[in-house]
Design a protein around this ligand. Sequence first.
Ligand SMILES: [Zn+2]
Length: 365
Amino acid sequence: MASNHHFTIGWISPLPLEKEAARLVFDEEYPQDEVQHKGVFYLGGRVGVHKVVIGVQRRIGLSQAAILAEKMSDGFPNIKYFLLVGIAGGVPRYGPAGAASEIVLGDVVVSSPRGNHGGVLQYDKGAWQGQGRLNFRGHTNGVPGDLTAAVNNFRAEGWSKTNIDETLKQMRLKLDEMRQGQYDDPGPIRDRLFKDSYEHQGTELDDCKVCCDADNAVSRLDRGEPAARLIDKPSVHFGNIASSNQLQISAVERNRVHLEHEAICFEMEAAGVMEEHPCVVIRGICDYADSHKNKGWQNYAAATAAAYAKGLLSMIPAIDVTDDGDTASTSSHQPARYSPNVTFGSHNSGQQAGVIHGGTFSWGK
Ligand SMILES: [Zn+2]
């Protein structure tokens, strides 16, 4: 049993399906009715040396993420870091010509400073610049130094310590018979990348297999060696994440934001959390941020993100909490709070966008 003061890691799951994957990485889960604040129940458990509290949003979007982070900070005053762990859309290809990296479905993107951005940039739809166009709205705070160090240390260790495949195995062992297969890797055949100019032909709910012409898609098998990966061996990519209240649903917009700001991932929550809280964003890629959404990859992408997050937690030293409930490293009776650090462009000492492949590690340019 842990009191609210013993939790030092806040884990935000924007969607219930992301929470279901997240709880599978607990080494120990606390009774559900014992982890609550002001009548709201959270999932609490232990991951390695950390006591982790998981909150799920009521609705999607930046402000809902901000509200949840604020409530969790209030109820669990010794949260030192937040992890925002979920699914998102990815750019299919990034990096310099000749040394481009491919993102494929099931891969993981981790927020990491790039160019003038601290790892997350906020977008919103600006009516004055034309319908549907997403406009850069502002920077968010960078990831705080010690959390960046954990990400970089983990990154430098490469695939051998990432252990996503091993963690996925352990997660599946916890599933009952009804859910066997829920987090299986859908495989390369079900990873279809449509041409940028070919829009989704059905309704939002229709699977592309039914409504879209396969002749306009390239399967992962046909995308060449850089897109190849073995079952349960997702690559981990480090770069900027574009965060917006509007879902990114156009290949053209995706490509433009990618070129202008080196964003490699699109989602709807991170900017809401990072403005006020120390946070690293971890996203499993379930689609290519175009009009061809489908649910086929969501569970697996949620699982690979959660598995990576567990590995990252293993790189963060235990955060001591004294018996009276303070974190030992802070002055007495001061909860661990984030001091925003708005120094963009200063994070780039040798850390560029890069990728850990299932087997090898390579830096970006
Ligand atoms: Zn489609």
